[in-house]
Ligand binder design. Sequence first.
Ligand code: SF4
Length: 76
Amino acid sequence: TYVVTENCIKCKYMDCVEVCPVDCFYEGENFLVIHPDECIDCGVCEPECPADAIKADTEKGLEAWLELNAKFAQSW
Ligand code: SF4
């Protein structure tokens, strides 16, 4: 899955939401999140994010963000 991280917090752009083929972005508390079970790992959103906030979960050190993305996405 892909995961939304820190830089999203002040970002007001929604480019990622518009390009996602499966609509798996949801509103978190003060940033967008990706639903880990719905994301198909296409990677399309990553280069579209002007804040560089979207990462592949294969990157290290994202555990806390993965947890937050799952928590907020699943609360919808
Ligand atoms: Fe949506 Fe693809 Fe980004 Fe996953 S990687 S959130 S499916 S655009």
